[in-house]
Design a binder for this molecule. Structure first.
Ligand code: ANZ
Ligand code: ZN
Length: 799
């Protein structure tokens, strides 16, 4: 017997599959389709470690089964190569990203190919390819035209190390998600996308999605819908507008608070007696981030605006006004009415500054010690006493002329980066005409090749120094104008890339209408849960926009989502160069083979859970592969498969089909192992199986171990790839246990049981029942009125 030479066999088949283009997805729109997608890799480092392919192996298995089931499968792959991850890596290795990225792509691709994936590379995309980012820029222009992309000058998150502005989504606990630096607030010109216009739809349409609950939940919280009211407090002839979720507690409002940045503070300057103190406090607060300011347990600070008072509209009482760090400028209206008896933050603040605390909701708390935040029945509320909170919210809001209002935590998306390596924002600044969009016919705006690509830190991108590129004629007035030099964030290309796979070469439109209609939605999307409130919100937003302008025909991009559990290092830590615990898949494949690695990663544990890598344990799947190889070399086929083995084979076909669908790969593989042991045992006992049945076994193993199964398949004189054969159907009859237990009732009472063979005919069963000793003893000489047999379950005799 030949040894199993995985190196030779795997390489051979990978070459043949590629040459024969067996995985090419046709645009034949007659067959039903299945679109299965991986989150494409972003090029942040040297290459893949063994954690990366886990999700790719899963989609590979599913796509192979679906193809064998006769569906027109699309399983594409591409590269996300713009943005901070690639650029920071380029800076670190002192290579221009324009040089580095193509090298990295080639390396990644090679790594993917040795794992034997069934990608249709003719659909490959790359977000840094001008033919691709032309359409990223095109989408931006459409948003600009609809007023969804706008310039703003508000302070934003600034990473002092990456030297760029960032969106809220780019932070992790107040630090830069890429480099871990402390974030500062910096006022600067920036481009922003009005994602908040879509907040409600982004929430509501979560119901349409077959996604893990915890991911839906985190989107839900990120969007953060609050229903409340806007109520106006007079300050002389000016007005403080507050947002509150508890208008029912208006009688308990004992002071107002403005965010330190609030514009009203400036308007009140002349009346404020302690302006110097106010200014000093405002400067202090400007240095702090939102996260620092609102961190739980942090002591709240504030300063009273001396000399001015607000009027509570519900009882016309004068109350003091403060500015304080715990009120944020960009949430609600940036101002609150404080109700210390019923809000924890206000309670803390009121205690510290000795402000009155008035209870207005009946409760059992000791309000001297803590607030009561629940709803209930009103008290100390004049004519509203005794009313229920929920009713009072509406009635009191109306009474003071306020209006009900819904607010979201979601902020508009800060979309410009002061960096080189991104899609240029297709905008021109003209002294005369102002902001002018680049005409569509001039797309793409190509990112120029430059020598000094490092971020400048001045708030301008390095592109600002490329005079030849920056200076341009205004498309409107032909006068002197300059290009926008900010670039798009890392998340731009990935917000729509999945659409381009449907029609990757089209240079007329983003995606052909007919093709889009056919492929419609991604049926299954697999990737890491860390994208829950980043990529997965951004992509849903862009998709909905494209839906509104009639580019796509489904309001949601990803029908079913499955999150991949991480593979962590052997030492229990995240796999990272920092910890020196990276395992390279190339090495594993060299020693054990791709089929073994694939089986191992799918067998490690439930797919969505994190597991530790263990090189020692790979030997298990490797022995499994070797056993299959040995069996295939030893087996002498018979015309008919041993009964028990045949039954197990059909049961396994059923199990594997279901497990792949539900992504329970580990249980699928363990039932496959049971089957292989049974085959082995059957051979040892001198029995065997038919060639036909052995091929069924190879077919259900093929998605997991595509190389060895193909090799054996061809050794059995097959002429066409196993991966293009039809997925086995199990025989329902063969699954049923041969012997079944039925009960015998006499006049409706269970009297005994009978073991029969499941294919026994009705007449025979009845005869056997009547011959049973127990039955005879019950019937004795009585006359049998009726005898009924319910298939496989009951014989009912009436005497
Ligand atoms: C009065 C009140 C009484 C409140 C009460 C709560 C309880 P969510 O649910 O998170 O939306 N608030 C409003 N704008 C704010 C801002 N810019 N910065 C900080 N806090 C702000 O919370 C809404 C509540 O948070 C609002 O309702 C307001 O306090 C506060 F018994 O108004 B409430
Ligand atoms: Zn102009």
């Amino acid at each position: 017997m030949k040894n199993y030479n995985h190196l030779k066999i795997e390489k051979k088949w990978q070459k043949i599959w590629q040459e024969n283009k067996i995985y090419k997805t046709l645009d034949s729109h007659k067959k039903p389709k299945y679109y299965v997608l991986d989150m494409f890799p972003y090029l942040s480092g040297k290459g893949l470690h063994v954690g990366h392919p886990k999700g790719y192996i899963a989609t590979d298995i599913i796509s192979r089964m679906k193809r064998m089931q006769g569906l027109n499968v699309m399983h594409p792959m591409g590269f996300d190569a713009f943005g901070l991850p690639a650029e920071n890596y380029a800076i670190k290795t002192k290579t221009n990203p324009a040089v580095l990225v193509p090298k990295n792509v080639a390396h990644f691709k090679k790594q993917l190919n040795i794992l034997g994936f069934d990608y249709d590379w003719s659909r490959e995309i790359n977000t840094t390819d001008p033919k691709f980012y032309k359409w990223t820029q095109w989408i931006f222009l459409q948003m600009f035209k609809k007023g969804l992309a706008y310039e703003s000058y508000e302070p934003i998150n600034w990473c002092p190390s990456c030297k760029t502005g960032l969106a809220n989504e780019d932070l992790e606990n107040g630090k830069c998600e890429r480099c871990g630096s402390e974030i500062e607030q910096k006022p600067m010109r920036q481009w922003v996308l009005r994602i908040t216009n879509y907040a409600e739809r982004l929430l509501k349409d979560l119901d349409l999605l077959d996604w893990p609950e915890f991911i839906k939940e985190s989107q839900y919280n990120w969007i953060g819908k609050s229903e409340g009211a806007e109520i106006e407090f007079k300050v002389g002839n000016l007005i403080i507008k507050v947002f509150t979720t508890r208008p029912d507690t208006l009688f308990g409002a004992t002071y107002c608070v403005l965010a330190p940045e609030h514009k009203l503070v400036d308007k009140l300057k002349n009346q404020i007696k302690n302006w110097v103190e106010i200014e000093k406090y405002r400067k202090e607060i400007a240095k702090k981030t939102e996260i620092e300011r609102t961190a739980e347990g942090k002591e709240k600070t504030g300063v009273e605006l001396k000399g001015v008072k607000a009027i509570n509209p519900v009882n016309n009482e004068e109350i003091p006004i403060y500015i304080a760090d715990y009120v944020l400028a960009y949430y609600g209206t940036g101002a609150i009415m404080a109700v210390p008896a019923h809000d924890e933050r206000d309670f803390e603040f009121a205690k510290k500054y000795r402000l009155p605390i008035i209870e207005v909701i009946f409760n059992n708390n000791n309000i001297k010690e803590e607030s009561f935040i629940g709803t209930g029945t009103l008290k100390n509320s004049g004519k509203f006493d005794g009313m229920d909170s929920n009713k009072a919210k509406i009635v009191i809001t109306k009474f003071v002329g306020g209006k009900m209002k819904t607010t979201y935590k979601l902020r508009d998306w800060v979309f410009s980066r002061q960096r080189y390596w991104g899609e240029p924002i297709p905008i021109i600044h003209c002294r005369k005409c102002g902001v002018v969009p680049v005409p569509e016919k001039d797309l793409p705006v190509i990112l120029p090749k430059i020598k000094s690509y490092k971020p400048t830190g001045t708030g301008e991108s390095p592109l600002a120094d490329v005079d030849k590129w920056v200076n341009i004629k205004c498309p409107k007035c032909k006068g002197k104008a300059k290009r926008e030099t900010n670039t798009m964030p890392q998340w731009a290309g990935s917000s729509w890339y999945y659409l381009r796979y449907m029609d990757p070469q089209n240079n007329k439109i983003l995606v052909d209408k007919k093709k889009e209609k056919y492929w419609n939605q991604v049926d299954l999307y697999v990737g890491g849960a860390e994208h829950a409130t980043r990529h997965l919100i951004y992509a849903r937003f862009w998709h909905k926009f494209l839906y509104d302008i009639n580019v796509v025909s489904n309001p949601e991009p990803f029908k079913r989502l499955q999150s991949v559990g991480l593979i962590i290092g052997e030492d229990g830590r995240k796999m990272s160069k920092r910890f020196g615990n990276i395992i390279n898949p190339d090495e594993i494949v060299k020693v054990y083979g791709a089929d073994t690695l694939r089986l191992y990663e799918m067998f490690m544990g439930p797919f969505s859970q994190s597991v530790s890598w263990s090189t020692k344990s790979i030997i298990g799947p490797r022995r499994f592969i070797e056993k299959i190889w040995r069996i295939s070399n030893q087996i002498i086929f018979k015309n008919k498969t041993d009964d028990e083995l045949e039954k197990l084979l059909h049961k396994t076909i059923k199990k594997i089909t279901e497990d792949i669908e539900t992504m329970n790969f580990n249980t699928a593989i363990s039932s496959m192992m049971i089957l292989v042991n049974k085959i082995d045992l059957t051979l040892i006992e001198g029995n065997s199986m038919s060639k036909k049945d052995f091929k069924l076994f190879l077919q259900i193993l093929a998605p997991f171990a595509p190389h060895i199964t193909e090799e054996i398949w061809f050794n059995l004189q097959e002429k066409k790839s196993i991966h293009l054969s039809s997925w086995p159907k199990y025989d329902e009859k063969k699954i049923i246990d041969k012997n079944v237990k039925i009960i015998i009732q006499i006049n409706g009472k269970v009297r005994t049981e009978l073991i029969i063979s499941n294919d026994m005919k009705e007449e025979e069963v009845k005869k056997k029942a009547l011959a049973n000793k127990v039955v005879i003893s019950w019937i004795k000489n009585s006359k049998i009125k009726r005898i009924i047999y319910i298939n496989g379950r009951v014989v009912s005799i009436v005497i």
